[in-house]
Design a protein around this ligand. Structure first.
Ligand code: AMP
Ligand code: ZN
Length: 477
């Protein structure tokens, strides 16, 4: 497997698609910036989680599951956390623990594999302090008014990742230049804590207790778990500047290395129904809310229909379309009777599509083709299709199609099934008698118990036929 597939990845650092060659194929190493835990994660946050989960699965497929180390951190010290804890009147620990638990529950429903290591910032303060002191010793950082600041001009090629001119960067920094900064672009490595904020004894002989800046957290956690230089670093496109630029500056200057990670991958942004997602527009969707209405597999599949570098427009219409595909695939899975067996290999066409900079839309269109063959072909083709679907992390073997739910309901709740069927018939009669008021009333009554009606014209008889689907939450588990 390893030799047959060449993995190409678009590297933000070089702005080209490059052949991926790990430093050590026995231990391929990837770091992805994780959530800051102060509130439910939103659907935009789910994008890097799902995208890099697919990459993790692909790397495991190519190099072997035991030869990939994936680190995704949890940021549990941050201004937003302090503010929210104060607002809610709870301790910081209570807030971060609760939010991290919610995050884990949400993404588990999206069939995301746990990373190999999930480090927390507050458990790596000692490593951050060591790194900060190294940066001061090497002349890349300085102490000023109980802060430690990274001195940007000390690094001649700062800015390579975001490819910004120094002028642009200065414009960005000028908004809040603290008077003690030597250069407006200098950024915080450590700062004093205010009353009530989390604090630790400071490095560099600073008397006042303090806390780390955001960027140093990732540099220290990545070095601890992956080494000074590693293979892949990922996150959303908004993190390129300043977060990733500053991570690179800290890590390279502390470790005297040419790069921090060799391949930098960034997912595009997600918007909702054509608009930027924001609380003020009222179109802000948390993963938690979405999962109330849609099964996680649909959310995951819908995310993967767009290439990870493209912007994605999250719409109800595309969720509906995703549902139709998964229903069809779920039925096919039932028909060919399968859970993926040990050692089954995915189709090389699907692997190749993913190896082309994680081209999930192409992989999906190939899965559609392969589904046709799986339906009428040999058991080997069915096996290959199932293994390929599993490579995208889509658990169709456990997908319960609406038809199957209706069948299951006949067994688990025959009384309810009889009531539903009676109501569907009564509605058909009302429609035939053109009593639309009554037919709408029945439709609403059915909706109230989680049943959706689908009317479609029978192409042969021309008659309207009604099928019904049950809300996925009524699936007997
Ligand atoms: P945060 O908790 O804000 O640091 O975000 C966690 C991750 O979600 C980062 O990788 C962000 O780049 C990513 N992210 C945040 N908002 C969006 C969005 N609307 N679309 C795609 N990715 C996003
Ligand atoms: Zn980070």
């Amino acid at each position: 497997m390893a030799e047959a597939h060449q993995l190409m990845l678009y590297n933000t650092l070089t702005r080209t698609k490059e052949l991926f060659e790990p430093l050590d194929p026995q231990n391929v190493r990837m770091y992805v910036c994780g959530p800051t835990v102060y509130d439910y994660a939103h659907i935009g946050n789910a994008r890097p989680v799902i995208v890099f989960d697919v990459l993790f699965r692909l790397l495991r497929q190519i190099y072997g599951a035991r030869h990939v180390t994936y680190v995704r951190n949890i940021t549990d010290v941050d201004d937003k956390i302090n503010a929210r804890a104060a607002e809610e009147g709870v301790s910081i620990r209570e807030l971060t623990e609760r939010t991290a638990k919610q995050f884990h529950e949400d993404i588990a429903a999206l069939d995301v594999l746990p990373p190999t290591v999930e480090p927390r910032a507050t458990e790596h303060i000692a490593e951050m302090k060591v790194m900060i002191e190294e940066l001061v010793e090497k002349g890349h950082a300085y102490v000023a008014e109980d802060h430690v600041l990274f001195n940007v001009p000390s690094m001649p090629d700062y800015g390579k990742l975001s490819n910004r001119s120094l002028e642009e960067m200065e414009m960005g920094a000028r908004v809040e230049v603290a008077p003690f900064k030597k250069d407006p672009k200098d950024f915080v490595l450590w700062k004093p804590s205010k009353e009530g904020e989390p604090s630790w004894p400071s490095p560099c002989g600073i008397k006042k207790p303090g806390r780390p800046g955001w960027h140093i957290e990732c540099s220290a956690m990545a070095a601890k778990h992956l080494g000074d230089v590693f293979d892949i670093h990922g996150g959303g496109i908004d993190l390129v500047f300043p977060h990733h630029e500053n991570e690179i500056a800290q890590s390279r200057c502390a470790h005297t290395s040419d790069v921090m990670a060799r391949y930098w991958l960034h997912n595009g942004f997600l918007q909702v129904e054509g608009q930027k997602m924001s609380k003020s527009l009222g179109n802000f969707i948390t993963i938690h809310e979405l999962l109330e209405e849609w099964p996680g597999a649909i959310v995951r599949f819908n995310m993967l229909r767009t290439h990870y570098r493209q912007p994605i427009d999250w719409t109800r219409k595309s969720l509906e379309e995703s549902r139709v595909t998964l229903d069809r695939w779920g039925e096919l899975c039932d028909a060919i009777g399968g859970v993926v067996g040990e050692g089954w290999l995915p189709s090389s066409e699907v692997v190749d599509a993913l190896c082309d900079d994680l081209n999930t839309p192409l992989a999906i269109s190939r899965l559609h083709e392969l589904a046709k063959q799986a339906k009428s072909g040999s058991p080997a083709q069915a096996e290959q299709w199932l293994a390929s679907v599993a490579l995208l992390g889509l658990d169709v073997a456990h997908w319960v199609s609406p038809v199957k739910i209706a069948e299951l309901m006949e067994v688990t709740d025959p009384e309810l099934a009889t009531r539903v069927k009676g109501l569907v018939e009564a509605r058909s009669k009302a429609r035939k008698a053109k009593d639309y008021k009554e037919s709408d009333r029945i439709r609403d009554e059915l909706a109230g118990i989680g049943v959706t009606l689908k009317d479609s014209k029978n192409p042969e008889t021309g008659e309207i036929e009604t099928t019904w689907e049950v809300d996925f939450k009524m699936i007997p588990r």
